[in-house]
Design a protein around this ligand. Structure first.
Ligand SMILES: Cc1ncc(COP(=O)(O)O)c(C=O)c1O
Length: 372
């Protein structure tokens, strides 16, 4: 067999304004070229400890079990559900977009009895609707997505929803994949049992790690399991030992990805949460005004529109997919198509983390003006 020969790696430099990944800050890219240490190196343990402290700040929690799992956001979903669910357990999933449905599918694969309540794409739930569903039968778990990346809607009233779930005896799992780092996620104040996220969205590190935090109540439920967690890789008890001192082997985590996430979190902490949320909102408002001006207004009502992810209505007579392809090929700008039934109706534009900057908005709006 002849040895394949390829040219040097030379990917296009893109302005990433899609639903994730977002752009990584130069500081994040720089630390990734630091030589990796071994997965049991004492230096890595120190990095984990710092990452934990930074993640607790971002999640606004004191939860001891706060880690960054090796895997993308979906590993956070799987870990949250796999550690809580035993076959036959009842779970209620509130679905207002594609990622809510993914939660339900994962729970089914884990052997849970899954009940779904659904809102049409682009809508969110009221507390009353969720409470009515919770009253129908006892559920061990209630799961919902905070920021639906498929529609650009923020599920509001999370604190009240969590209180209703607890009143009816359910643990609360919250998907904060897109929200963490760009809008408030108050794990302790809202009384969330497991929240998980992803490194590549509003935190602006490359994909590959999934921050997760677990309440004492959820830890107690995990401790009371009658069966072992079905996933060895995502067993949070084993993670606690791997990240603990003494630092025991569980798997060979990527030091490079942890360097990147630690740096991205350090940047977020230097900026400060309030300033970071304000920047995301201010930039999103500039984008929203610009989109109105060019005839591609935001799809989601302003009351629950997400600053990190905007769905914009494609103007009449414009081919959404041609424009998207031309943005990529001619301007090096990535945005995404809509999901499911919204595929030909909207574009999805992300202003997350390091991508949320005025110059990117000006560039995108100027390019769209030329193309539509
Ligand atoms: C809300 C939400 N949950 C979960 C995921 C899955 O994350 P990943 O693609 O990193 O596995 C995504 C990804 O876009 C998401 O937006």
């Amino acid at each position: 067999m002849t040895a394949p020969q390829f040219s040097d790696l030379n990917p296009s430099v893109r302005v990433l304004l899609g639903p994730g990944p977002s752009m990584a800050a130069p500081r994040v890219l720089r630390v990734m070229s630091t030589p990796p240490v071994g997965h049991l190196d004492p230096g890595l343990l120190k990095i984990y400890a710092e990452e934990q402290e930074l993640l607790r700040y971002i999640f606004q929690t004191r939860n001891e079990w706060t880690f960054a799992l090796s895997g993308t956001g979906t590993s956070g979903m799987e870990a949250a559900l796999a550690n809580l669910i035993e076959p036959g357990d009842a779970i209620l999933v509130a679905i207002h977009g594609y990622f809510g449905e993914r939660l339900a599918v994962i729970a089914e694969r884990l052997g849970a009895v899954v009940d779904r309540i659904e809102r049409p794409l682009g809508e969110i739930f009221s507390v009353e609707e969720i409470e009515a569903a919770l009253k129908r039968k006892p559920y061990k778990i209630f799961a919902i997505v905070h920021a639906e990346t498929s529609t650009g809607a923020e599920q509001l009233h999370i604190q009240e929803i969590a209180a209703a779930a607890h009143k009816h005896g359910a643990l609360v799992v919250l998907d904060t994949v897109t929200s963490l780092g760009s809008i408030p996620v108050k794990v302790d104040e809202w009384d969330i049992d497991i929240a998980y996220s992803a490194s590549q969205k509003s935190l602006s590190a490359p994909s590959g790690l999934a921050p997760i935090t677990v309440s004492p109540r959820a830890r107690e439920a995990i401790a009371k399991r009658k069966t072992p967690v079905s996933s060895f890789y995502l067993d949070l008890g084993l993670y606690a030992k791997y990240w603990g001192d003494p630092h025991g082997y569980h798997h060979t985590a990527s030091a490079s990805l942890h360097y990147a996430l630690r740096e991205a979190l350090r940047i977020a902490a230097e900026e400060g949460l309030e300033a970071r949320f304000a920047r995301h909102r201010a930039n999103a408002e500039i984008l929203w005004a610009g989109l109105e001006e060019i005839g591609a207004p935001p799809f989601i009502p302003s009351a629950y529109r997400l600053p990190p992810l905007t769905t914009a209505r494609v103007p009449e007579g414009v081919s959404p997919h041609d424009v998207r392809a031309r943005l990529l090929n001619e301007y090096n700008i990535e945005i995404a198509a809509g999901f499911g039934a919204l595929k030909d109706e909207v574009w999805r534009i992300g202003l997350m983390g390091y991508s949320s900057r005025k110059e990117n908005i000006t560039l995108l709006l100027a390019a769209l003006r030329e193309l539509i």
